[in-house]
Design a protein around this ligand. Structure first.
Ligand SMILES: Nc1ncnc2c1ncn2[C@@H]1O[C@H](COP(=O)(O)OP(=O)(O)OP(=O)(O)O)[C@@H](O)[C@H]1O
Length: 231
């Protein structure tokens, strides 16, 4: 349903993605791994039009979307939850959700609160008063209430305490259980292994490994290589 086909992306003259290809099928959770600076965030930004690829194609549900404005890509249901969470600090949790809600969304507030009980508890708190983990949950919740057809997540567990990481993993499992496809950029291998159907590893703007979660688990060479990289 999402197909990234040999994209090349740049920051000015700096050639950052050198022919990245990947795909995410309906109902899949796919992770994008790689060390800092490998191009993971740039791949997500290229998909949503924030860093438009200069070559190659991005197709969503069979239609070419690269070259469109980011808001048009978002409107088609491609939602990015960026690393720096982008919530409104002066608005309450519930206001943050209501402002993001799309009319006729499949997601109502009650559905969101069922998935994120912590947000219901804190629904009258201001965004500024939330912990890092709660802000991350709110960022994911805001993306969901806007009724995406695919969710792109940039390092949702970064810097969070283990107990909160477990809560985010539980939420992502539930999202996956609902059949919503997810492309997850994540450095935490334990998180990836609990969630993913397939993995891609990026190095210096290229895909250097692609395989099923099972193949990745069974292949110590690639695991060691990745672990060594991320250490
Ligand atoms: N706005 C920018 N302007 C110029 N160069 C950039 C910009 N953003 C990223 N880069 C460079 O592009 C390359 C890929 O960065 P990117 O953020 O995509 O990597 P990443 O794999 O997501 O790593 P990280 O985990 O550190 O975010 C890096 O060399 C980085 O320095």
């Amino acid at each position: 349903m999402l197909e990234v086909d040999d994209i090349h992306s740049y920051y000015d003259k700096s050639h950052v993605l050198e022919g990245v290809s990947l795909h995410v099928e309906a109902g899949e959770l796919v992770t994008l791994l790689g060390r800092n600076g490998a191009g993971k965030t740039t791949t997500l930004k290229s998909i949503v039009g924030l860093v438009p690829p200069r070559q190659g194609a991005v197709r969503f549900e069979g239609r070419v979307i690269n070259g469109q404005e980011p808001f048009r890509i978002a409107r088609q249901g491609v939602a990015l939850v960026p690393e720096h969470r982008g919530i409104f600090g002066l608005l309450s949790v519930e206001e943050n959700l209501k402002i993001a809600a799309r009319r006729r969304s499949r997601w109502q507030l009650a559905d969101i609160y069922r998935l994120f009980p912590r947000l219901e508890e804190r629904r009258r708190n201001g965004g500024n008063a939330l912990s890092g983990g709660e802000q991350q949950m709110l960022a994911i919740a805001r993306a969901l209430i806007n009724d995406p057809r695919i969710l792109l997540l940039d390092e949702p567990t970064e810097g969070l305490a283990p107990v909160i990481v477990d809560e985010i993993v539980r939420i992502l499992k539930d999202i996956r259980g609902l059949g919503l496809p997810v492309l997850l950029v994540e450095q935490n291998l334990r998180v990836c292994e609990q969630l993913a159907d397939r993995h891609y590893v990026l190095e210096q703007g290229r895909v250097v490994y692609h395989g099923s979660a099972q193949a990745f688990r069974d292949d110590p060479a690639i695991r060691d290589r990745f672990l060594a990289l991320s250490a």
